[in-house]
Design a protein around this ligand. Structure first.
Ligand SMILES: Nc1ncnc2c1ncn2[C@@H]1O[C@H](COP(=O)(O)OP(=O)(O)O)[C@@H](O)[C@H]1O
Ligand SMILES: [Mg+2]
Length: 222
């Protein structure tokens, strides 16, 4: 599913260079549920952004479903991302002026799905995450847990190959966080491949294995 070979990422802001990732090699198999841990600044988000085609490595090879995406242009990457990646963020990243339904429909707009199909699929997914009564609500009218469920519905809408979540429970109370984690487990049992960044060892315990990062390198697992 995912293979990374000797991935390096250096941020060059002009004055200083930051080696955020150093010689990272990782393999993720279809159907795996993996946690990514490590102190703040260790490179977790950078790694996930490269995996999710939101960013490109400075060097190294990245294969996503046997396709070498590390040489792709940003345009091509955006289309791979739209079709193969489901992203869930700590701060939900929903469009504030759009309804839950519109937020979930958006990735399908980019994918060229018809309006009728979009509405059908988005409604089904919002029902699936327990938000049947909240379809026309805007993010400001939803709780944190509800916003994250909208974000998960949106992440699933194009049937992604992998679901990537960057501290998805970081802004939630523990009850809402537990619900989100339970939902990830459900998705994993259905066959989804999931990688989740977390600081919570309880969440990491529920995954099949943990990749630990420190100062841009993997300190255990692979
Ligand atoms: N856009 C950026 N420009 C410059 N440095 C960055 C940028 N993003 C992250 N970094 C640096 O790269 C390192 C890894 O950051 P990050 O991947 O966000 O870590 P984590 O998610 O584990 O907290 C940190 O030193 C951070 O300051
Ligand atoms: Mg981070």
């Amino acid at each position: 599913m995912i293979e990374m070979r000797n991935i390096e990422k250096t941020y060059d802001t002009g004055k200083v260079k930051v080696d955020a990732l150093k010689d990272i090699s990782i393999e993720v198999k279809k159907g795996e549920f993996i946690s990514l841990m490590g102190p703040s600044g260790s490179g977790k988000t950078t790694l996930m952004n490269i995996m999710g085609c939101l960013d490109t490595p400075t060097s190294g090879d990245y294969f996503l479903e046997h396709e070498k995406v590390s040489g792709f242009t940003l345009d091509k990457l955006a289309s791979v991302r739209n079709q193969k990646i489901g992203f869930v963020f700590q701060n939900f990243n929903l469009l504030p002026y759009a309804t839950a339904l519109e937020n979930v429909e958006l990735p399908m707009v980019f994918a060229g799905v018809s309006a009728r199909q979009r509405k059908k699929r988005a409604t089904e997914l919002l029902e699936r995450v327990g938000l049947k009564e909240r379809i026309e609500h805007k993010p400001t009218e939803l709780s944190g847990g509800e916003m994250q469920r909208v974000a998960i519905a949106r992440a699933l809408v194009n049937n992604p190959s992998i679901l990537l979540a960057d501290e998805p429970t970081g802004n939630l109370d523990s009850k809402s966080g537990d619900e989100i984690v339970a939902f990830f487990q459900e998705l994993w049992k259905e066959g989804y491949t999931i990688l989740v960044i977390t600081h919570n060892p309880e969440i990491a315990k529920l995954t099949q294995r943990t990749i630990k990062l420190k100062d841009g390198t993997i300190v255990n697992g692979s």
